[in-house]
Ligand binder design. Structure first.
Ligand code: FAD
Ligand code: DHB
Length: 408
């Protein structure tokens, strides 16, 4: 793939000097925001520091909630999802050797989750973006955002050896948890609620037909395990492990033996095994920064909040963020406030979403207290700078944030 010019779109010459919305990051949040804005006639540039191949092949989320599926269809990027996505009515919870089916669709009036890899979502959104002809730039170097508290915020970067600057009305920080947008906000303007958990997930992708039609979440004395899938021929599996687990000693045989021990049930069910295609370790963290706005910079998705993968929530929250943000930006242009000194967005644009994220964090923050057995002794939640133990925040500004979110 390297060297294929279609993967470095657009050509450097077509990078504009000015646009309406500068989007940093071509993950689900950035790409969906660009698409939603395009549908409302709003121009944007998307600047991504990794290659297209890397972004499309990165193995991450797999579970789409009904709202995300509905949004994909509504905005015309759901055709392949409709054909290839695996719709699940419910999930299994396994403990003490038995699986218990939870019929989510029956409990929620027919809503369901759909298994469709995040990489497929990203693939479809990139295709849609390219079709619009609007700029999407991969492999950008030294990406920076500037003058956020002015009316002419700028995105700067290097592309194909040349330095570029794009003046924008608004910048959207969709560059994930490790991106550059959030750290650009002065620390005095950030309230961070954070909890780092003393365990992680060792995830594998295996070439094996899923042996269950729905996901199996298993509580076991050796640690949690999750059976999931990506397609009729590929199984996705997770093992609870230490947050800094060394993958070295985890031979394929050891992984399968541990998965068998934690997932097999007394009725003879167990995962099918096959060649392991990919292995990785993911730490567990709950994190929310508020407000999600500084001047003309708006954060969305993992840049503003992280929930541990246990909830299968992050991608769905990212989509919810940009849906709201695109609405606020469109409303701004529609109501002609451009001439006003400073962009006036409705209060709810950021706080609502942060409130939603906080509710999710609240849910998952309670979980480890019920978890009997981390693989290694637990360490206290991290406290850095303005970060604080989640439970404390929950009773103070977090509670106020929730109250505000509910009012809006
Ligand atoms: P990202 O996907 O992180 O995208 C940010 C983009 O910005 C990236 O492409 C990155 O390369 C780019 N970027 C970073 N820095 C810069 C820079 N300086 N300049 C330019 N670009 C930059 N969520 C679910 O909803 N369901 C699930 O089942 C689920 N399972 C998960 C399983 C695992 C193992 C993991 C790790 C996560 C899972 N998640 C799940 C969470 C989900 O993957 C994330 O919440 C989602 O990727 C967030 O999307 P985003 O666009 O906000 O951020
Ligand atoms: C997957 C990830 C999750 O966090 C989850 O709860 C269910 C499935 C997955 O990657 O398939």
């Amino acid at each position: 793939m390297p060297g294929d010019s279609t993967l470095r779109f657009p050509l450097a010459a077509s990078i504009p000097a000015r646009t309406q919305v500068g989007i940093v990051g071509a993950g689900p949040a950035g790409l969906m925001l660009g698409h939603l804005l395009h549908r409302q006639g709003i121009d944007s540039i998307i600047v991504e520091n990794r290659s297209r191949q890397h972004v499309v092949e990165r193995v991450r989320a797999g579970v789409l909630e009904q709202g995300t599926v509905d949004l994909m269809h509504e905005v015309g990027v759901g055709a392949r999802l409709g054909r290839e996505g695996l719709r699940h009515r419910g999930i299994y919870l396994a403990f003490d050797g038995a699986r218990h089916h939870i019929d989510m669709a029956a409990l929620t009036g027919g809503r369901a989750i759909t298994v469709y890899g995040q990489n497929e979502v990203v693939h479809d959104l990139i295709e849609a973006r390219i079709e619009t002809g609007r700029p999407l730039l991969f492999e950008a170097g030294d990406v920076g955002v500037h003058d956020l508290d002015s009316s002419r915020p700028r995105v700067t970067f290097r592309s194909a050896g040349a330095a570029h600057e794009v003046v924008c009305d608004v910048i959207a920080g969709c560059d994930g948890f490790h991106g550059i947008c959030r750290p650009t906000i002065p620390a005095s303007h950030q309230h961070i609620y954070e909890r780092v958990y003393p365990f992680g997930w060792l995830g594998i992708l295996a070439e094996a037909a899923p042996s269950s039609t729905e996901l199996v979440y298993s509580r076991h004395e050796r640690g949690f395990a999750l059976f999931s899938m990506r397609s009729p021929t590929v199984t996705r599996l997770y093992l609870q492990c230490a947050p800094d687990e060394d993958l070295g000693p985890w031979t394929d045989d050891r992984i399968w033996s541990e998965l068998r021990a934690r997932l097999s049930t007394d009725d003879g069910w167990r995962p099918n095994e096959g060649p392991i295609l990919q292995k990785s370790v993911t730490g567990m963290r709950s994190f929310v920064v508020e407000p999600m706005r500084y001047g003309r910079l708006f954060l969305a998705g993992d840049a503003a909040h992280i929930v541990p993968p246990t909830g299968a929530k992050g991608l769905n929250l990212a989509m919810a963020d940009v849906y709201r943000l695109s609405g606020a930006i469109a409303e701004h242009y529609r109501s002609g406030k451009r001439a006003a000194d400073g962009l006036v967005f409705r209060e709810g644009a950021g706080t609502n979403v942060a409130g939603a994220a906080l509710l999710v964090v609240d849910d998952v923050a309670a979980a480890p207290q019920r978890q009997r057995q981390p693989v290694r002794p637990s360490s206290p939640a991290r406290r850095t700078g303005v970060s604080c133990q989640f439970d404390r925040c929950h009773d103070e500004p977090g509670r106020e944030l929730l109250r505000r979110a509910v009012r809006l």
